[in-house]
Design a protein around this ligand. Structure first.
Ligand SMILES: NC(=O)c1ccc[n+]([C@@H]2O[C@H](COP(=O)([O-])OP(=O)(O)OC[C@H]3O[C@@H](n4cnc5c(N)ncnc54)[C@H](O)[C@@H]3O)[C@@H](O)[C@H]2O)c1
Length: 385
């Protein structure tokens, strides 16, 4: 608890609202921050929900109207942890009111909204950050350093998947993640994480060829009504990176048995790196070479890896998901203070959204979609706007 207060209005108190609250409190005690983050107001869908959640999370004030919290003169930053449909209206209103914005992923529901948010951020000159939490894992920081340092040679391929099974049962209820106008579907909801990871480790994606599949076209909602599902349960894409590497990206929320299978393998001319979020304190590294005992080495996270040591002085004891959120929040506070930061800005997240949008277009049009004019297979018509 060092710097001047950074007063935060949090919108939404579900899974992520709770994670934000815990992370802001922990970050202030874990790191030497330039500002001291304090969630002072919680807004939710109605005052009753907000009041109950604020009491349980130890937040002093509650509101049933997010517009009211944004207008509050004491607020420096707005943290958005709502369904995706609300990201753009809240973020744009907050930026116009002069507040920094920390928004959950995916950036928005459409590429037009994502562009409008990024334009509003640029016009305001205010800091923005987006919650691609898994990029802040000390083992992902290590993977990025190893790749950039040439440890596995020239990268030839990235094969990644974000696999969960929370919708694997036909009885899993229809919810806001199934709504097409809320950026529903596995591609937008969890595919955005593996796209962000691929870009983070390998670089810009130049072209995609993707397919979307709806396995359960009907689900029952909480009121017992049957609702048609038009969004994807799973996505598969072949990709080409700007640096010449190739790969595959997949996302599925019906991947039976996978609870948090954000997993990838990066292959290079002299080795490979393999990772799964289900064992996220480990990174597997293979260095090419002869010998009967040559093979993957498992590197176990410890205080010599990134921010791990801020939580625990002993290797192998492991940190947890909320600690990753705390590391993310450190970057968010640094960005809000105008300092160099590892936070993903709206502009960075827009690049992820362009890939999501290109995969959707590829599925619709049945062809490759180029994202860069320099892509070897590009024709003018196939460049994603
Ligand atoms: N970074 C990550 O690892 C991660 C993980 C899960 C979800 N997310 C993202 O976080 C966001 C929220 O997801 P979640 O899982 O917490 O959802 P959730 O359904 O658990 O919570 C959503 C919250 O928003 C509130 N809300 C709904 N309408 C509102 C309104 N009009 N005004 C104010 N509040 C309103 C709900 O009452 C609830 O408190 C989504 O964008 C999702 O994609 C990110």
């Amino acid at each position: 608890m060092t710097g001047a207060p950074l007063n935060i209005a949090l919108i939404g108190s579900g899974f992520m609202g709770r994670a934000h609250t815990l992370a802001f409190a922990a970050a202030d005690r874990t790191f030497d921050l330039p500002r001291s983050p304090r969630v002072t107001i919680l807004a939710d869908r109605d005052l009753g929900t907000a009041t109950a959640a604020a009491a349980s999370l130890g937040i002093a004030r509650a509101s049933g109207d997010w517009r009211e919290t944004i207008a509050d003169a004491s607020i420096d930053m707005v943290a958005i942890a709502t369904p995706n449909l609300l990201h753009a209206p809240i973020a744009i209103a907050a930026l116009e009111a002069g507040k920094a914005v920390y928004c959950e992923k995916p950036l928005a529901t459409t590429i037009a909204e994502s562009e409008a948010m990024t334009a509003a951020a640029a016009a305001s000159g205010l800091p923005t950050a987006v919650g691609f939490t898994y990029l802040y894992n000390p083992m992902i920081v290590l993977a990025r350093e190893l790749i950039a340092g040439g440890e596995i040679g020239e990268v030839t391929a990235f094969r990644g998947i974000h696999a969960e099974d929370f919708m694997a049962s036909a009885d899993a209820p229809f919810n806001w993640r199934c709504e097409p106008d809320q950026a529903g579907g596995a591609l937008a909801d969890i595919g955005s994480h593996i796209i962000a990871m691929a870009r983070h480790l390998v670089g810009d994606i130049a072209a995609v060829s993707g397919r979307l599949h709806t396995v359960y076209p009907m689900r029952r909602d909480a009121r017992g009504a049957d609702r048609a599902v038009t969004v994807d349960d799973q996505m598969d894409a072949v990709v080409e990176f700007a640096n010449g590497a190739t790969g595959t990206l997949a996302a599925s929320w019906i991947a039976s048995g996978h609870k948090m299978g954000l997993a990838f393998e990066v292959s290079g001319t002299r080795g490979s790196i393999a990772f799964t979020q289900e064992r996220f304190s480990e990174l597997r590294l293979y260095r090419s070479g002869p010998g009967r005992t040559n093979g993957f080495t498992t590197i176990c996270a410890g205080p010599e890896h990134g921010d791990y040591g801020a939580f625990c002085p002993a290797p192998g004891h492991q940190i947890g998901y909320n600690d990753l959120k705390t590391i993310e929040v450190k970057a968010v506070v640094e960005a809000a203070a105008g300092l160099p930061s590892a936070a993903m800005s709206f502009a960075d997240a827009l690049a992820v959204e362009r890939v999501t949008d290109a995969i959707r277009r590829s599925h619709r049009e049945g062809c490759w979609i180029g994202l860069q004019a320099a892509w070897a297979g590009a024709s003018a018509a196939s460049i994603s706007s």
